[in-house]
Ligand binder design. Structure first.
Ligand SMILES: Cc1cc2nc3c(=O)[nH]c(=O)nc-3n(C[C@H](O)[C@H](O)[C@H](O)COP(=O)(O)OP(=O)(O)OC[C@H]3O[C@@H](n4cnc5c(N)ncnc54)[C@H](O)[C@@H]3O)c2cc1C
Length: 398
């Protein structure tokens, strides 16, 4: 059998895999990128991602940042609890033009795919070709259900959230003005989280919707026709903040009316963390076969409530690309010292974010009066916390 040799072989051509492939090829490394064929009937992703400043700089540096109408700056974020709690973040107050950007997913994927196609030193490989590759380093970027990670025997600890995210796009009856809204509410026994993320530039009237709902309610919601779903969204985005009934809470909650919606797609939600992120491979006949390392959702998958999953994956790619691409000449691309440094650094960086997002999700999942009081009081105190609020917002902004 004829083998092809690459310095690095990346399995999985999602946004993290492609970004890493470009970063490494630009360091003049020979990169093989293994693509899985798209299912024949697959429709474009309906989602738009909130990407932070760090991700924006990384993608813009690769000339893969979409045009302004496809990457809308968020100038204000308004968060409303289920009992009068509220907070808001303004980019201007932090001396920034944008808190984050809402990026059309198909547009970003298309730009990365084109860039990979024309990048020298980078070959896009089929699954068959991947079986005939010799490499010093295999990077697994296959997402949360990675088969290669399972083959490597890596444990992936999963905590299911009893929530499913429904994503769609909605048209509003007035411009969103670059505002992103998020509402925490309670329906039945579960906390639910609804987000409207602005699209189409500052004066656009379209929003990307992510609605994390109780798994038991998801089938009923998905069975609704467009008018029925638009009505359900209108209701959920116009719940009156009860407890203090203050005008500040009402102003935070207010969003334009929902006029229409597009098709819906759904994702069950979980917290997933791989125990080991790097190691050595052996081939079927027991010979050494280079090293492996995980990146993106293959290493960690988080609740979308803070829009951080891909931002974390892109930060993995950035660090791994720098460590391997700029390594000292005496170390190979699969050097375990570099991979352990990557694993340690990234695990330490993501731990507080993962714990924070999980904590918020848990706090809003409980329906007891005490939990409700605590979370709404917490939100409003946080709103007045000045430096703490700035610090947390800055971290999320990357
Ligand atoms: C509803 C929702 C909203 C979200 N919103 C945000 C947001 O606003 N901001 C944010 O930062 N994140 C967000 N996320 C998280 C984000 O979607 C993920 O973190 C991101 O997609 C992870 O990228 P990835 O490249 O690691 O994995 P994936 O996107 O899962 O890509 C993996 C790729 O590998 C391929 N593959 C799988 N197995 C194989 C194989 N055996 N061989 C070859 N290829 C293979 C797959 O086909 C796919 O192309 C959201 C998630 C959800 C569910």
């Amino acid at each position: 059998m004829a083998y092809s040799t690459y310095d690095i072989c990346i399995r999985g051509s999602g946004i993290v895999g492609r970004t890493l492939a470009l970063l490494l090829a630009r360091h003049r490394l020979r990169v093989g990128l293994v693509e899985s064929p798209a299912p024949a009937s697959s429709l474009p992703d309906i989602r738009a991602y909130a990407l932070n400043h760090r991700s924006q700089r990384l993608l813009a540096g690769l000339k893969c940042w979409p045009a302004p109408e496809l990457a809308t700056p968020v100038r204000e974020m308004r968060v409303t609890g289920d009992g009068g709690g509220h907070t808001r973040f303004e980019a201007e107050a932090m001396g920034e033009h944008a808190m984050t950007w809402i990026v059309d997913v198909p547009a970003l994927e298309h730009m990365l795919q084109q860039a990979c196609q024309y990048q020298s030193g980078l070959d896009v490989l089929s699954a068959d070709e991947a079986g005939r590759v010799r490499t010093a380093l295999t990077v697994v970027c296959e997402g949360k259900h990675s088969a290669t990670r399972a083959e490597l025997g890596v444990d992936y600890d999963v905590t299911p959230y009893r929530q499913t995210a429904i994503a769609t796009r909605a048209t509003l009856d007035a411009p969103h003005g670059g505002v992103a809204w998020q509402w925490f509410s309670h329906t039945g026994s579960m906390g639910e989280i609804l987000a409207f993320l602005p699209l189409g530039g500052p004066q656009g009237q379209e929003v990307a919707v992510v609605w994390s709902v109780d798994r038991e309610r998801v089938d009923d919601l998905l069975a609704l026709d467009d008018d029925g779903f638009a009505a359900a969204l209108q209701l959920a985005s116009h719940l009156q903040p009860e407890a203090d009934g203050s005008s500040a809470a009402a102003a935070t909650a207010a969003a334009p009316d929902v006029v229409s919606v597009a098709r819906r797609m759904a994702w069950p939600l979980q917290l997933g963390l791989a125990r080991r992120w790097a190691g050595l491979r052996t081939s079927a006949d027991g010979k050494a076969a280079g090293s492996w390392v995980l990146a993106g959702d293959a290493a960690h998958s988080v609740h979308p409530l803070a829009g951080q999953g891909l931002n974390l994956g892109l930060a993995d790619a950035e660090l791994l690309g720098a460590l391997v691409g700029e390594r000292p000449y005496w170390r190979g691309p699969g050097d375990m010292h570099l991979l352990r440094q990557y694993e340690r650094t990234r695990k330490a960086e993501i731990a507080p974010l993962v714990a924070g997002m999980d904590g918020i999700q848990q706090l809003f999942a409980h329906n007891s009066g005490a939990a409700r009081q605590l979370r709404n009081l917490g939100l409003s105190l946080f709103d007045r916390s000045g430096p703490l609020k700035q610090f947390i917002a800055r971290r999320a902004m990357g």
